[in-house]
Design a protein around this ligand. Structure first.
Ligand code: NI
Length: 170
């Protein structure tokens, strides 16, 4: 049990590309467990390993209302997409920022479970958005990359100022 530190934009480590997991060993299982703890502690619905400074293609998610149905996705990949949809997104790495992002409306994706089972799934709505958002993280991409550079710079300045104030408050 451990709550990990979540990196915040504009931390350069959020730009690292995660590597595929070759072996789902105990270290991957432990990582997933810690990521689930961290996601719940931070009140998030999804978390990618990149956000806790681990360059492995591991994502955790829980879209249930009761927060009791965590899903671990190893090496998740979008296979096909169709349509476009806009949804307001937020991210644990970009605290208190919510912006509308356009993404594929429907996707087919697959991933490995911790038991090394390949799951193929169709998704739309929040699940489709969440999967695309988390896979972006594994590729070093953030939802605010879809915004204009001006808007992104404004967010970076706001967060830097906020973190500075927080560190002074200690
Ligand atoms: Ni995120």
């Amino acid at each position: 049990m451990a709550v990990l530190e979540v990196l915040h934009f504009p931390d350069a480590r959020l730009r690292k590309k995660a590597l595929p997991v070759a072996n789902i060993d105990s270290s991957v299982k432990e990582l997933a467990e810690h990521m689930i703890e961290t996601m719940y502690a931070e009140n998030g619905i999804g978390l990618a390993a990149t956000q806790v400074n681990v360059q492995k293609r591991v994502v955790v998610m829980d879209l249930s209302i009761t927060k009791s149905e965590p899903v671990v996705m190893v090496n998740p990949e979008v296979l096909t997409t169709s349509g476009l949809e806009q949804m307001q997104e937020g991210c644990l790495s970009v605290p208190d920022v919510y912006e509308t992002v356009e993404r594929a409306e429907k996707i087919k994706f697959h991933y490995l479970t911790l038991e090394n089972k390949l799951i193929e799934q169709d998704a739309e709505g929040l699940l489709a958005v969440c999967v695309q958002h988390e896979i972006d993280h594994l590729n070093g991409k953030l939802f605010i990359d879809y915004l204009s550079p001006l808007k992104r710079n404004r967010i970076a300045k706001k967060l830097e100022k906020q973190e500075k104030l927080e560190s002074q408050a200690l």
